[in-house]
Design a protein around this ligand. Sequence first.
Ligand code: ADP
Ligand code: MG
Length: 813
Amino acid sequence: GSVMEKVLQRRSLQMRNMQRAWLESPEGRKMLDFRKSLPSFQEKERLLQAIARNQVIVISGETGCGKTTQLPQYILESEIESGRGAFCSIICTQPRRISAMAVAERVSAERGESLGESVGYKVRLEGVKGKNTHLLFCTSGILLRRLLSDRNLNGITHVFVDEIHERGMNEDFLLIVLKDLLPRRRDLRLILMSATLNAELFSNYFGGAPTIHIPGFAHPVKAHFLEDVLEMTGYKLTSFNQIDDYGQEKVWKTQRQLVPRKRKNQITALVEDALPKSKFENYSSRARDSLASWTPDCIGFNLIEAVLCHICRKERPGAVLLFMTGWEDISCLRDQLKAHPLLGDPNRVLVLTCHGSMATSEQKLIFEKPPPNVRKIVLATNMAEASITINDVVFVVDCGKAKETTYDALNNTPCLLPSWISQASARQRRGRAGRVQPGECYHLYPRCVYEAFAEYQLPELLRTPLNSLCLQIKGLLVGSIGDFLSAALQPPEPLAFRINAKNLSVSPMVAEIPATIVPKYDILMPVILLVQNAVDFLKMIGALDEKENLTNLGKYLSMLPVDPKLGKMLVMGAIFRCFDPILTIVSGLSVRDPFLLPQEKKDLAGVAKSRFSAKDYSDHMALVRAYEGWKDAEREGSAYEYCWRNFLSAQTLQAIHSLRKQFNFILRDAGLLDEDGGTNNKLSHNQALVRAIICSGLFPGIASVVHRETSMSFKTMDDGQVFLYANSVNARYQTIPYPWLVFGEKVKVNTVFIRDSTGISDSILILFGGALSCGVQAGHLKMLDGYVDFFMDPSMAECYLKLKEELDKLLHK
Ligand code: ADP
Ligand code: MG
């Protein structure tokens, strides 16, 4: 004890000397001057005191005011300065890996160190951290995993949970676990950081924790709503649904009549049924009516053009940031603008795009100053809302919608649909115009529609499948999942989730309403349904037993940092001795698709991908071949050409490669792999078996293949007809010689699409679909059609039975 203490004291003194030397050096002083200019510096002393006196505090302050880079650093600095540097250990979580890495890098630079000295980071697959690291930036997922094995966070002195306003699932989950931990670790400090002012919710959750707001340095931004925009631009809405020639001043008065009375009553009845009275009364009746009848699709690109022209002609210099729903809209508009006499003139206007899949070179242009007298216009998705800051923006145009991932719990289908943003997002978008000088924001929807927006976006916890979360909760051994979740920030009573009414295929009344006139409603759904779906799923794959306790398989799955069904595929691959291909497939599915699909070369890319499929009828096996081809090419030093020729992302393949290593390590550690590796791949060459293991993981993602004379269609039990993604290899065949396709993911985008798929036979489905815990007897095997087909020879069948016994033991031990 005391020897250790002495070592740490010595180390603390060294740290203090180093810190002082840096702060006194010319570069250090320059850096400090910059840091002092940030709004958070004004609050430094108050913050440090509040943190010293309270176990939990909540801090809010606008994006860019210095929360993430400064606050954890203040603690570190003050601990070092007071000679306790080596005794403190600070963790700061980020929702995204990219920000954890970038922030750690920045803070190291501000301290005049390189990454991995006193500041480090850890994200899945990667990390830089040394033995003297005392401030660690990590993803919230990483901290959750740590809590699984280190329930008390021993040795940690401060935990910052950042960006809590986003209400990400991991952050909400973390808060439940940390709240439970605080009484056991009286010395631990918890600091919550948020970019918006809803600190109260969090403060109440922690029994009235003090809140501190950092006043921003943003300039005022004037908000114009559609009524103002129409007046300003002189734009006439010529088509408003079927009704032509609207006088602009009449639009808002008469638009209600657009919805036939009967239909409107149906909508109102639907809303009234679904919302509890109190909440319903919060909506002013005017706003409610407008929301019901307002259709965004009538704001065509022409209105956007009119607004952009107005800015270019009449307004002061400054860049324009336009928020649209998605990449499709952005590229359509960009093409339309090219033909415009003013907006398409490169000597006067520079049109750039900003979205998730843009190339790095393009990304740089966004931040650069345009040539003199050229106006920069950036067409962006909601990525530019908070995670990216373009400094010279003076004008924001906001279309009011974003693509949101929701989850239709009734039909158990994730959806990706454009929906109205929240008031908080609208304000955030507006704020982007005030970085350097007073700005203007044009919201392309009426003010009354804005007033009817939800205040905040729905927490992720309430709009995603909870399979992984429930499994992790079980891994924490905290009894009933329902009880646990009732301790969440917004517990079950108001727990309700919003889905787009048009997804409610169960209700014929709703289905009849054209999609364009049904905006987002709050349809209340007890969270029970969310949890029940997850529990049913975990039981079905054999991770939970009848009494909802973790099975042995479940224990392995809760240790693996992947979706439980992919985890199961890994375990099965190990037990059935065809580990290598399965390892590649699971790694690929949990990183992202390495097959690129450039908008302009879709066809070529599709052809390139199908070359990897041969006659496999499997996207998953195409992935395996592509990966193996890349390994070979790497060995020969031609990886670059290989990727280029085949439309593959080298970066993604590299990430798959590292994830493979990590899974390999975890499974070896868990004793599921043969140590010397001799038998792990004994059966990897057996394609039928590999298909079977894919099925065992992805079940119940099954679609039947329906052949008609000239065409082929696909059906699932829940959705009826579904469609294949255009770049699936199976979309290129005329016929598929398998009765079933097994798939990992389906998404509803108007209709239901399935992504990667693999053809399987009846016998595979019967033997490997489901929990596999109900015994399949040798007798059953022999009754199956295609049984010999599947196993090639009878000795394989014996092998199956023997291995299955092993599996049963694993499940029930
Ligand atoms: P917040 O977390 O409140 O949004 P940050 O702490 O991330 O703010 O950033 C504070 C300020 O530090 C930013 O406004 C920016 O000026 C500066 N900054 C942050 N990251 C970097 C970076 N990588 N390079 C240069 N400056 C940065
Ligand atoms: Mg931040």
